[in-house]
Design a protein around this ligand. Structure first.
Ligand code: ATP
Ligand code: MG
Length: 387
């Protein structure tokens, strides 16, 4: 009787997946059933296995499907009112530069990629790859660039749900817009990113809540639950505290993007300097110190500014950095300014007067700390580099 009940449950699941046209999920599920029924009902298991193999020869495997997106795109869904596309499309090549990631983050993402590249191995053990993940972190730490990189690695497009377009429509239409966008993404091998999900996924208890938002949350709740294993559903937020708890626990993975620590800041400085590294290289430690606590996008923006100014010859690298470090020093507390002063004394030949001017630390203190440090390196701060 127990076996009968289980059979019924399995049959119901197959029907559910079939009606939702989640054919790759059916394959994965049936592969699991083959293993399960091998001992209980070998004949049934064999029949299912046969179906699986026959179908397998006709269609592409989940892996191939993931790796080879269809040549021509289906038409992207649009908002009927504004005629705006509901999804932004990014198609990057697999050699897209890897974002700067902490070791933990890199490990998590590598596993996510490997799961998708080895879906059949997982299926043989009755496992599905991670279907959904939510990226959490303040603005400018790499949530969107990482989604692009992931999609590029998986050789599928990244679709980003444009919430402005979804919600720009008349009241009552955003639910159907959202569904149209999600349905499209479910039919296509892709990574779908629901960016700034907090905008729609506000807690349902929120005072400002209206029926419309509730409906959107309900749609998303269902979709995250039913997302096919052939696609990867990502969401991103700067406001985890605003996310509905029911939605929160539906994601397979919560991935935290932290602001870079000092070694990561240094790496970022090097990367963003690009070909100008040779020119600014001697400032790297000082820049890393000054940028500590900033996000990647802030660091990138300032470094681009330096590079542009030097490229136009409007100022020297030394003057630029001095001015920048001075403005950063004013935001630091006294112990940090002493550290900065010591670093400047150690790494540059700036005079103690200049260092005092930059950091606000007295010359006596600079002398004391500089004396306990090794001698300054040979490169000077006030000399323009040889071109
Ligand atoms: N980890 C990173 N590695 C390399 N570049 C980064 C990284 N994080 C941010 N950047 C740079 O900053 C820019 C903004 O990053 P991104 O759009 O990914 O931030 P975000 O976390 O999605 O922010 P928001 O919450 O505002 O959407 C990127 O275009 C990139 O140039
Ligand atoms: Mg973003």
């Amino acid at each position: 009787m127990g076996e009968m009940k289980e059979l019924q449950t399995d049959l119901a699941q197959v029907i559910r997946l079939a009606l939702a046209e989640q054919s790759e999920d059916i394959r994965l599920f049936v592969a699991r059933l083959v293993r399960k029924y091998r001992n209980i009902d070998p004949e049934l298991a064999e029949q299912m296995d046969l179906c699986l193999r026959t179908k397998h020869n006709k269609t592409r495997s989940p892996l191939r499907k993931v790796m080879n997106p269809p040549v021509s795109d289906q038409t992207l869904p649009i908002d009927d009112e504004s005629r705006l596309s509901l999804l932004k499309v990014f198609k990057d090549t697999a050699d897209r530069e890897r974002p700067l990631l902490s070791n933990d983050l890199e490990e998590t993402l590598n596993q996510l990629i490997q799961e998708r590249l080895q879906t059949e191995r997982l299926a043989a053990l009755g496992l599905l790859p991670t279907r959904s993940a939510i990226f959490v972190g303040q603005p400018g730490v790499g949530k969107t660039v990482t989604a692009r990189w992931l999609a590029a690695k998986l050789k599928v497009p990244l679709y980003v749900l444009d919430l402005t377009a979804v919600m720009s429509s008349l009241l009552g239409r955003s639910g159907s817009n959202l569904r149209a966008a999600l349905d499209f993404a479910k039919r296509t091998p892709c990574v779908l990113l629901l960016d700034e999900i907090d905008a729609i996924a506000k807690r349902r208890s929120d005072d400002s809540d209206i029926g419309e938002l509730k409906r959107l949350v309900t749609v998303i709740l269902q979709e995250v639950d039913e997302w096919p294993a052939t696609g990867l559903l990502l969401a991103a937020t700067n406001h985890p505290e605003l996310i509905d708890t029911a939605l929160w626990r539906r994601f397979d993975l919560v991935i935290e993007f932290k602001s870079p620590d000092m070694p990561a800041v240094k790496e970022a400085v090097k990367r963003f300097l690009g070909p100008d590294y040779a020119l600014f290289g001697r400032w790297v430690d000082i820049l890393a110190f000054a940028f500590n606590g900033e996000t990647y996008s802030d660091i990138e923006r300032d470094i681009q500014r330096f590079r542009r100014a030097v490229a136009l010859g409007s100022t020297s690298d030394a003057d630029l950095i001095e001015e920048f470090v001075k403005s950063r020093a004013s935001t630091l507390d006294h112990p940090a300014r002493i550290d900065l002063a010591a670093l400047l004394a150690k790494q540059t030949r700036l005079s103690q007067y200049t260092i005092r001017d930059i950091t606000g630390v007295s010359r006596d203190t600079i002398r004391k700390y500089a004396a306990s440090k090794p001698a300054a390196p040979k490169k000077t701060a006030e000399r323009k580099p040889d071109k």
